[in-house]
Design a protein around this ligand. Structure first.
Ligand code: ZN
Ligand code: ZN
Length: 220
């Protein structure tokens, strides 16, 4: 994957914490062998027509589910805007959500999935709404933890847009808890990140939740 290296891009490129993944075919073949050995020992008949390609499909699916490390070239454009100055500038929130996401927890390599809500208060730059979705997925499609995804979204929006504030709310089901019967019906795990004006102004946070259709006082 080729990424632009315009000097202006470098700051937020580094906030994306990308890795260029390139895995040789012979290594992939070895991984498929490991997967086959594990599946077989754990009870799968890996020699049926339905399962003979399962190790290959599993390794491919795992690679695809973590493609956030590779970056997203469509995330590199931001648009200039004119700050209308205080206080109007601080009142114009841009909000997007729910943005569905799927991630793998770095403790168990099992999925957690849910919805993200992202808001920011524009200053000199704005980003297309569809780019917010791409940004969420850039960080979700990795081995991660929910809190870090929220922080990384906020960090990158701050370096890309220099906004007056950023708000990120994530709610997710964690299959590492739910599948293994720790708690079969686990509540959603919810995390928030507030930056800039959102950190200082409770009314902005309330407006964010209301605009997202979230009722904080109902235990969500
Ligand atoms: Zn886990
Ligand atoms: Zn401004």
């Amino acid at each position: 994957m080729e990424l632009h290296t315009d000097p202006d891009d470098l700051e937020y490129l580094s906030s994306m914490e990308l890795q260029r993944r390139s895995i040789p075919d012979e290594q992939i073949k070895r991984f498929e062998g490991y997967a086959s050995e594990i599946f077989s020992a754990f009870g799968m008949d890996v020699n049926t027509p339905a399962t003979k390609d399962t190790p290959r499909r599993f390794i491919r699916a795992l690679f695809d589910a973590t493609e956030g490390y590779d970056g997203d070239p469509k995330l590199l454009r931001v648009f200039e805007t004119e700050c209308r100055g205080e206080p109007d500038c601080s009142l114009s929130q841009v909000m997007e959500g729910p943005i569905p996401f799927f991630a793998l927890c770095e403790h168990h390599a099992l999925p957690f999935y849910g919805k993200a809500y992202v808001g920011y208060i524009a200053h000199e730059n704005i980003i297309g709404i569809s780019k917010l979705t791409r940004l969420v997925r850039l960080f979700a499609k990795r081995f991660s933890v929910q809190e870090r995804i929220g922080q990384q979204i906020a960090d990158t929006l701050e370096t890309m847009l220099h906004p007056h504030g950023v708000a990120v709310f994530l709610e997710a089901h964690h299959l590492c808890m739910e599948m293994r019967g720790v708690r079969e019906i686990a509540p959603m795990t919810r995390t928030t990140v507030w930056r800039g004006h959102y950190a200082e102004d409770p009314s902005l946070r309330a407006e964010f939740f209301t605009a997202c259709g979230l009722q904080r006082n109902e235990g969500r």
